[in-house]
Design a protein around this ligand. Structure first.
Ligand SMILES: Cc1ncc(COP(=O)(O)O)c(C=O)c1O
Length: 400
């Protein structure tokens, strides 16, 4: 059984939790400052403020820059995490959806250019699946006087974080750094950093038990989809409805609601720091697996394009027969994602206006690329893709 996304769990997490609890430094302590400095240094930026989660960092950034929620427009990719939409809707922000370039998964420059108005205030550019948003989009935003906010939730270690006015990362369970939820805000804007620090200072501490439950929910997921529960894992993989329910229940345990954000803790900073030290190694290993897999295909099999500066967070193959490919992979115990289970189309009703997003929903298949994927698994995945995906759609969804 190979799951599509696997928590990168720091080996000493539970021990770290207990020892920090005993030494009374679970919540407050020296590691928060160390982690903020180390992460900012890693991203080549002066200041970072660790937050409860990525959305918490985004909330601070929007609160700081948006003066008039009714009129100020935020440009958001039409294909991204659902929580972005939930957060914007909950807080009555005004936003406009921009289609994606389906070959890269990031914002499409043409669509963006057409939609910018004089009310434009912020461009939220997402480096989806580790793919850096195009400089064409970023330059367009800057040329039009927009504030550029980078969503780096999928791009730890990519050449990002300094491309705009502010950036945020997520350290949720399946991210390239996992601190059992968490995030960081980065910026050179010292007023914003001051504002963020004030926000954090006013937040309450998370409960020790809640933190422990979050750790267990991560371990539980790895147990359910690990070798010890194999018959059950196989069964649930073939029953999409139950699989989704199970995953959303585990997510529910982890995520705080979108209003009450807590402080990032000393314990999380401590394990985050250790993973940050290994991040280059993590990314290199994923990249070599990606390359090994690519070696099995000719140009008829299309993957999301990668360029210099990207990292491999999700690996996406474009398939004309996405549901069949998913089924063929599941038959061999390989979990893959299609449709909304990968990312979410923020425009639910009229997807025809977003052809790039429509293509992503119909034709993207996410395949596993994490640390537990072995060379022999890569061979099997390649065989299945070669025999099952067949024809690949072009930009307009036509078969080439
Ligand atoms: C693209 C993207 N942006 C933002 C977020 C939000 O991050 P967090 O879950 O840490 O709030 C996520 C979470 O999965 C995401 O995938």
């Amino acid at each position: 059984m190979i799951v599509r996304r696997r928590n990168i769990i720091h080996k000493g997490a539970l021990y770290g939790y207990i020892s920090k609890w005993i030494s009374n430094s679970l919540i407050d302590g020296e590691y928060i400052d160390k982690f903020e400095k180390a992460f900012a240094g890693f991203a080549n930026i002066s200041e970072g403020v660790a937050t409860s989660c990525g959305i918490h960092a985004l909330s601070i950034i929007l609160e700081f820059f948006i003066k008039d929620r009714k009129n100020d427009e935020i440009y958001v990719p039409a294909y991204t995490a659902k929580v972005i939409k939930d957060f914007l809707d909950l807080n009555n922000y005004r936003y406009k959806l921009i289609d994606i370039d389906p070959e890269r998964g990031t914002m499409d420059a043409r669509d963006f250019e057409q939609k910018i108005t004089s009310n434009g205030r912020i461009a939220l550019i997402t480096h989806l699946f580790g793919n850096v948003c195009s400089h064409e989009v970023i330059n367009l935003a800057k040329k039009n006087g927009l504030i550029v906010v980078e969503d780096c939730a999928h791009a730890h270690g990519a050449s990002v974080g300094t491309l705009g006015d502010a950036a945020f990362y997520s350290f949720d369970h399946c991210k390239l750094i996992n601190t059992f939820t968490g995030g960081i805000l980065l910026s050179e804007n010292m007023e914003l950093i001051k504002f963020a620090k004030m926000d954090l200072a006013g937040r309450s501490k998370p409960g020790k038990i809640k933190l422990l439950i979050k750790i267990f929910s991560g371990l539980l997921e790895n147990l359910i989809f690990g070798k010890y529960l194999l018959p059950f894992s196989f069964w649930i993989l073939r029953h999409e409805k139950y699989l989704r329910k199970l995953k959303s229940s585990i997510n529910f345990i982890r995520r705080d609601n979108l209003k009450t954000f807590h402080r990032f803790t000393n314990f999380q900073a401590c394990i985050g720091l250790k993973q940050l030290e290994k991040l280059d190694r993590t990314n290199t290993s994923r990249y070599s697996k990606y390359k090994r897999l690519l070696n099995h295909f000719n140009e008829n099999v299309k993957f999301l394009k990668k360029t210099n500066g990207d990292v491999i967070y999700y690996m996406i193959v474009l398939s004309k027969h996405a549901p069949n490919l998913k089924k063929d992979l599941a038959d061999r115990g390989i979990d893959s994602g299609i449709g909304e289970s990968i990312m979410y189309p923020l425009a639910k009703k009229s997807l025809k206006q977003y052809p790039g997003t429509l293509l992503a929903i119909n034709n993207y298949v996410q395949i596993p690329i994490h640390s537990k994927v072995k060379d022999s698994d890569i061979e099997i995945i390649a065989q299945i893709i070669n025999s099952s995906s067949g024809q690949i759609p072009d930009k307009k969804g036509k078969v080439v």
